[in-house]
Design a protein around this ligand. Structure first.
Ligand code: CA
Length: 602
């Protein structure tokens, strides 16, 4: 088991204090007795046993000197302790205590911290705390200031369902065998214990609202309550409010029904998409993210009254397409201030299929003209509109998180709640001439991850450790005192929440299955699996044909290598250069040895 270095450090300091104080106390009491005996002139027999008065007097002087030294020692130790407190608390002496707290209501000890879990759909690491000075995300930045921001966190597959299935089981995609949007993880692993489920099994009250699992797969085993706001579709990511978009939806619905498709969901809605952006002058609650936040706030108040710790997941839909957000969030930006992608070209020497994923954007009515990444960059004005929509969507979602966190504060729950905020994968906004997700590149695999609140000692710090989404499951178990299942495939990040520069993994592992999502029509039946590692300096990818029947890789196809020291945007594939041969062999070996080879060594 891992040794908590911080606790060892604190224990050592406290132990030195204890010895010093005991020593001080011993001499102090002894001297008091001697002085008392001397001045009160106790029995002759007792005084006879004492040293000569001269020696007593000298002894008292010597002891006084020793007291002086102990006072100095105590002062030094006190200063060390204060510095330590400042270092781990970001300057605050107010330490949030994850330990048992007495419930004000019942007087019964609540022994474990609550969990507020905040999955965000398609949020790339592009907030203020990740260094973007244009985007407005004050609430997520405030959360980051109270937690640790993981700057090099990676998802295991850069698309919704596989990423979430992996994170929520603590297993990698090849173990869950979920690589696409259609497979329910319960089909492959009916008895797997999900992250919320293990909390439920350990006495937590678990509640989900919004998108935690992939939107089409509810998981009743995970939740005590699975909430939904009335009046919205089962999958509320494509809610439109403007008449022009509602008309497009109606036309598509009729067309689907004519062809025998378009089955209504459990609430009677048919899922259709219209335009990729919408700016409606409406209140926050008109779109689903706002409406579900109002419901989540009400639920938080109820959860506070329960004499039971909670695991509450509030999963946001924005900034997933379509970029539908209230006008006031569009108004936060001057469209031309938002920077366009610098590298609007395919990586040099990379296989053409590796940049991929635009098919999703083309399904929106106003984006059928989107060229393939290999053809040309998208029209600049159309790019700007998408960027504006993405930024507005992020700010809208950020405001909802602000409402949620404000309620947590007002209810006095912040102190004993761990907050985990994560986006399920990265996103291309024109980089590599691509849009959306679905690749093995840094831009798609790197994700936002902030862990804040109870038990987080390094508040306001960032960590550059290579971390993975499979680490979240064991981390939360570890923080809540739940035994970490041995079969999990990640490592508890708890040490990084105290010491963000702790020596950590030597690589993060991701993979992507191309073909099921269809880059080009003629390639839709060809499937390729790419396995990637990200080390401190390099990204290395190997591509194989994918055997759909056997569900395993077949013939080798291609490889990619990017040097982040010289090429942080991954614009030049150097895998086939002669000078890369030795490095390619090393990285290929590390890739084949797998995640166990690269995990933290304690
Ligand atoms: Ca997603």
């Amino acid at each position: 088991m891992f040794i908590d270095v911080y606790m060892l450090y604190v224990f050592t300091i406290e132990f030195i204090f204890f010895i010093a104080n005991s020593y001080y106390l011993f001499f102090y009491l002894k001297t008091r007795v001697i002085i008392s005996v001397y001045y009160k002139k106790m029995s002759i027999a007792y005084i006879i046993k004492m040293p000569p008065l001269v020696r007593i007097s000298n002894g008292i002087e010597a002891l006084k000197n020793k007291f002086h030294m102990f006072k100095i020692l105590r002062s030094i130790l006190l200063i060390i302790s204060i510095c330590n407190c400042i270092a781990v608390n970001g300057g605050s002496f107010h330490k949030e205590n994850p330990r048992p707290k007495k419930s004000m209501r019942s007087g019964i000890k609540q022994t474990r911290p609550n969990i507020l879990f905040i999955p965000i759909d398609d949020l790339r690491p592009e907030t203020g705390s990740y260094g973007n000075t244009v985007i407005k995300t004050p609430n997520m930045d405030k959360l980051a200031a109270r937690g640790v921001v993981f700057k090099r966190a990676y998802c295991q597959q850069a698309v919704c369902n596989p990423s979430r299935a992996s994170l929520l089981t603590g297993l990698r995609p090849d173990s869950v065998r979920v690589w696409d949007l259609q497979t329910d993880l319960r089909k492959n692993l009916p008895d797997v214990v999900t992250l919320p489920q293990i909390f439920k099994n350990n006495g937590y009250y678990t509640v989900g609202i919004g998108k935690t699992f992939h939107n089409i797969f509810p998981d009743e085993k995970s939740w005590n309550e699975d909430l939904h706001v009335d009046g919205y579709p089962f999958d509320p990511d494509a809610v439109y409010l403007l008449e022009k978009n509602k008309m497009i939806q109606k036309e598509k619905e009729l067309s689907l029904q004519k062809s025998g498709r378009g089955k209504p969901d459990v609430y009677g809605f048919v899922y259709t998409k219209a335009n990729s952006v919408e700016m409606a002058d409406v209140d926050d609650n008109a779109y689903y993210d706002g409406a579900q936040t109002t419901m989540a706030i009400k639920k938080l108040k109820e959860l506070k009254e329960k004499n039971q710790p909670f695991f509450f997941s509030v999963g946001y839909y924005r900034p997933h397409l379509p970029f539908n957000a209230p006008k006031k969030y569009w108004d936060l930006y001057n469209r031309n201030d938002i920077p366009l992608a610098k590298n609007q070209f395919m990586p040099e020497n990379a296989p053409e299929f590796a940049v991929h994923g635009d098919a999703e954007l083309r399904t929106y009515t106003d984006r059928t003209d989107l060229p393939l990444p290999s053809e040309k960059p998208y029209d600049v004005e159309k790019q700007r509109e998408l960027l504006h929509g993405y930024y507005a969507s992020v700010s809208y979602m950020d405001a909802q998180i602000g409402r949620l966190l404000k309620t947590l504060d007002e209810l006095g729950l912040s102190e004993n709640t761990i907050i985990v905020l994560w986006g399920d994968h990265g996103w291309k906004l024109g980089e590599h001439n691509g849009w959306c997700k679905q690749s093995n590149y840094e831009i798609d695999t790197r994700v936002p991850l902030i862990i804040s609140g109870a038990g987080v000692k390094a508040k306001g710090k960032t960590s550059n450790a290579l971390t993975e989404f499979v680490d979240i499951y064991p981390t939360l178990c570890d923080m809540a005192g739940i035994k970490i299942p041995e079969y999990l495939q990640g490592s508890s990040m708890k040490p990084l929440l105290t010491n963000p520069v702790h020596t950590w993994k030597t690589a993060a592992y991701s993979q992507f299955l191309l073909g099921r999502f269809g880059a080009k029509k003629e390639e839709q039946n060809v499937e390729r699996m790419g396995y990637a590692i990200r080390t401190d300096r390099y990204r290395y990818v190997e591509w194989f044909e994918w055997d759909k029947e056997a569900e395993k890789p077949g013939n080798y196809l291609a490889r990619e290598l990017y040097d982040h020291k010289k090429d942080p945007d991954e614009n030049i594939n150097i895998a086939e250069e002669v000078s890369s041969k030795k490095l390619v062999n090393q990285l290929s070996l590390q890739l084949k040895k797998g995640w166990r080879y690269s995990k933290p060594k304690f």
